[in-house]
Design a protein around this ligand. Structure first.
Ligand code: ADE
Ligand code: ZN
Ligand code: ZN
Length: 259
């Protein structure tokens, strides 16, 4: 009996903890690295030594399953009611009491700007910043609480069973079959004039973009959850755009902190 319940719990935990997946998060770190100013590069080396942004990007997912770090689990996402316009979304997001990704990101930035924080605290904040800028660009990380951001929505991709959240965390990226370096190169192709607009948007706007995208992804899954060979080609540009936006905006945040 114990074993029967234990295995599904383990499986569920492994499904819930992956965010953009290793390749997606590393690609975001890699994109950011190529848009840092010299000052920001130096500050990152001071904190991380020989580790890169790409390699630390998955740290929050690695520690999350351990009871000592269970308090960080709600930092990876935010759930809000359906159908909000930007003003209502943004005011509910900003006034939310319980821990969430918006609060966690702002805390990371505040810690990195605060010279009274120890180096260890700043390293922790930097690793979370790299990861959470990625997570907030994953549309299903601003989903609905009833289905845990799509974890509870069963879908099939090319006859393989999964859920909508996991598909957007890593299913589509795995399907593309690229290394994180290849993926970073494939994503980092945005025109300067577009990246200039992206970096002006604030964190609430990043979250609202994801919220609006999740609406579309939920609707598609509700219409027909049996996704075929068209699903990846139809969404590949969107996956790449969200990874590029995350990488470019992460670099801009770091450039601003260390300006
Ligand atoms: N758990 C509950 N809601 C979630 C969400 N939106 N994203 C990831 N994990 C979740
Ligand atoms: Zn995460
Ligand atoms: Zn996720």
């Amino acid at each position: 009996m114990l074993r029967k319940t234990f295995i599904p719990i383990l499986l569920l935990a492994s499904v819930l903890l992956t965010s953009w997946g290793v390749i997606g998060h590393r690609a975001i770190g890699k994109i950011a690295e190529s848009h840092l100013t010299n000052k920001a590069k130096k500050a990152v080396v001071h904190l991380l030594g020989s580790e890169s942004l790409a390699m630390v990007s998955t740290y929050p997912d690695e520690i999350r399953p351990y009871p000592k770090y269970a308090y960080t689990a709600p930092w990876h996402y935010v759930n809000l009611p359906e159908g909000l316009n930007y003003n209502d979304f943004s005011s509910q997001l900003k006034s939310m009491e319980k821990p969430n990704i918006y609060k966690a990101l702002n805390n990371c930035i505040a810690d990195l700007k605060n010279p009274s924080k120890s180096k260890e605290e700043q390293v922790f904040a930097l690793k979370f910043l790299v990861h959470l800028v990625g997570d907030i660009h994953q549309p299903m990380h601003t989903g609905h609480s009833e289905d845990s951001g799509g974890n509870g929505i069963k879908i099939k991709l090319m006859r393989k069973e999964g859920n909508l959240h996991g598909l957007w965390d890593s299913g589509l990226i795995d399907y593309a079959g690229m290394s994180y370096q290849e993926l970073a190169t494939a994503c980092d192709v945005t025109k300067k004039k577009d990246t200039k607009i992206w970096v002006k948007d604030d964190i609430a706007k990043w979250a609202f973009e994801s919220y609006e995208l999740s609406k579309q992804l939920y609707a598609e899954a509700a219409k027909n959850p049996d996704f075929d060979y068209d699903y990846y080609p139809h969404h590949a540009d969107l996956v790449k755009k969200r990874l590029a936006q995350a990488g470019i905006r992460l670099a801009a945040v770091l450039n601003e902190i260390y300006r």
